[in-house]
Write a protein that binds this ligand. Sequence first.
Ligand code: HEM
Length: 147
Amino acid sequence: MYGALLLLHLLAATIWTGGHIVLATVVLPKVLKARSPALLLDFESGYERIGMPALIVQIATGLMLAHRMVPDPAQWFNLANPLSHPILAKLGLLAITLVFALHARLRVIPNLTEKTLTTMAWHIIPVTVISVLFVVVGVSFRTGWLY
Ligand code: HEM
């Protein structure tokens, strides 16, 4: 069970983080150069189909892994417990990601024009940096970087 959870968590992480790195470093520069909202919307509509399920799998398996590590969720917020540090860091990164993703989905994407492409870039870049931080914090469970 643990192996299956970790495998799903890592597969979803490759999709979420890898997809965002491709979006930020390959697609976004092309979109900004061509000033083409259509190019961005084209990538988004394709990526969304696997990116969103990946994030949902990530959250579900992440919560189960955290529950396995620290069974009482109230302890996740107890800073005196060193194991809570990476769990809280993950939850904090998740909260920031959800704010950016919801704002992009509900406000920026429906009204995307040449002028608002820069606003969209300022959503893509932080979400990509945060997606990498998720992996760094994930690795810290084993290395103890945050304890
Ligand atoms: C897009 C979001 C996320 C990414 C990219 C991500 C990535 C990772 C990675 C790379 C690991 C290392 C696994 C290993 O040591 O082999 C990990 C572990 C872990 N993650 Fe996540 N994670 C994400 C979201 C979450 C969330 C929302 C939680 C919930 C609190 C969470 C909880 C955990 C836990 C508890 C572990 C340790 C598993 C263990 O070694 O037993 N993750 N994550």
